[in-house]
Design a protein around this ligand. Structure first.
Ligand code: HEC
Length: 121
């Protein structure tokens, strides 16, 4: 391939990129463009809260698992589920969630008022 044709290919690529750029200014197709992050203040500083949001809610706020918030579930039962799993619910060992954190997660779930997020219908 000659030097010249290499450059013209590059030019075509640049034009194509520029075209993409101009459309993404107005529309943001899913999977394209920037990710939208929640505000910094929404990142939990507390370990139990982080486990709860990142681990439990990954299934329990998405419809993968049943709603567990606002149901007055006893903390002991919640801990049994977490340590032993049940059918599609995986078990979490102490290496994954230590006892102290699990106590607090169970308490949090037990005392919660209502689902923080509804599963998408
Ligand atoms: C990979 C997905 C997944 C994750 C992560 C997960 N769960 Fe579950 N969970 C499930 C599913 C699915 C069920 C329903 C199991 C069944 O009965 O078949 C369930 C059931 C439960 C139940 C019993 C609810 C009921 O009505 O029977 C509790 C309590 C529970 N999970 C708590 C938790 C907690 C606390 C965490 C975080 C430490 C968590 N789960 C993480 C999927 C998950």
């Amino acid at each position: 391939m000659s030097r010249k044709s290499k450059y013209s290919l590059l030019a075509v690529a640049l034009v194509a990129l520029a075209a993409c750029g101009s459309t993404s200014d107005t529309t943001q197709a899913p999977g394209k463009g920037k990710l939208t992050y929640l505000g910094k203040e929404s990142i939990p500083k507390d370990k139990a809260e982080m486990v709860f949001q990142q681990t439990c809610m990954a299934c329990h706020a998405t419809g993968v698992g049943p709603v567990i918030l606002g149901r007055d579930l006893p903390p002991e039962a919640i801990k049994l589920f977490v340590r032993h799993g049940n059918r599609a619910m995986p078990a979490f060992t102490e290496a994954m969630i230590d006892n102290e954190t699990l106590d607090r997660v169970a308490e949090m779930v037990s005392k919660s008022k209502a689902p923080a997020t509804q599963a998408a219908q």
